[in-house]
Design a protein around this ligand. Sequence first.
Ligand SMILES: [Zn+2]
Length: 377
Amino acid sequence: MVDLLFLRYFNKLWKRAVWVMGCLILILPASYSQEKMAINKVVIDAGHGGKDPGTVGRRTQEKYVALSIALKLGTLIQRNFRDVEVIYTRDRDRFIELHERAAIANRNKADLFISIHANANNVRTLRGAETYIMGLHRSQANLEIAKLENAAILLEADYTAKYEGFDPNSDESYITFSLYQNSNLESSSRFAAEVQEQMKDRVGLNDRGVRQAGFLVLYKTTMPSVLIEVGYLSNADEENFLISERGQDYIASAIFRAFRSYKNEVESQQKARPLYTSEQTNPPASTTNSEVIFKIQLAASPDKINLSSPRFRGVKGIQMYQHNGMYKYTYGEEVDLEKAKQLQASMQARGFTDAFIVAFRKGERISLDQAKSILGL
Ligand SMILES: [Zn+2]
């Protein structure tokens, strides 16, 4: 009898346990996916390779410079982050089709895609680094770079079938990209801005900014992705720098620092502490009633920038906060994301081409995704 009672009790307990586990299984994946903000897998894509030399300088070819920097970057990441898996689209001199590069990143469910290239121009004095994210070009110069890079598909068999009739040399083909919408664009832009900061501050390269254009290699990626033009092989001085061990080490280290800072930012969203200066004229975020506030980030620097610096183009009311060891400068405060987007566009039109939206909750920096989920967007 006692045994029977025990068995009944045990049976009841067991059913309850199964029910609870069932609920947990239903709940856990949902909450886990909301909180997954880790950068654990990065795909590093050395541009060109094999029969495709890329841009040809006087002393080297783009494919060699891209591969050296890619491998150095991967080594730095592996050495410093045991939890990060590095996947190369190529680790030797080999031809890889453009669509396959994106497919490698997608198949591996990478968290970040970094494509490394070097630039060239008929104007041989041009120099400096620029980082591209996917989007419609705003200038003919940006379009020309995309055309140059996309021309690699002409070396692929059946490229018209593989790229749905895309003609890398026709301006019309690029209009397709005007329809391009990607939820990763904000993250791509954030990482791209970090890369440019480091290229300027760490390497001392001329900062040619974050730009947008229709790059086939970025088009189909399903994660934040950038294409970095590390410098101009058509500029003799810059070519010498890009060939040198020291130059390549510096550039790899700059991209690594941008990666580290981006990874930290994504993975620790709650660490921001606003720091207001006496020069600011806008009210601090804490005085408004809204829980979530959007601001437009205009600049970031490891050192303080004077608010009267020409970098701020005479804009009044700029605020500063410290985040991940950097001084970051913002403009405006909006509780409405759409209005923040309008403000971002107006700041971009004023020359802050890489201005992007950042979100704060009770004065603490949070991710845009977090802000959207709080606001139910
Ligand atoms: Zn290239």
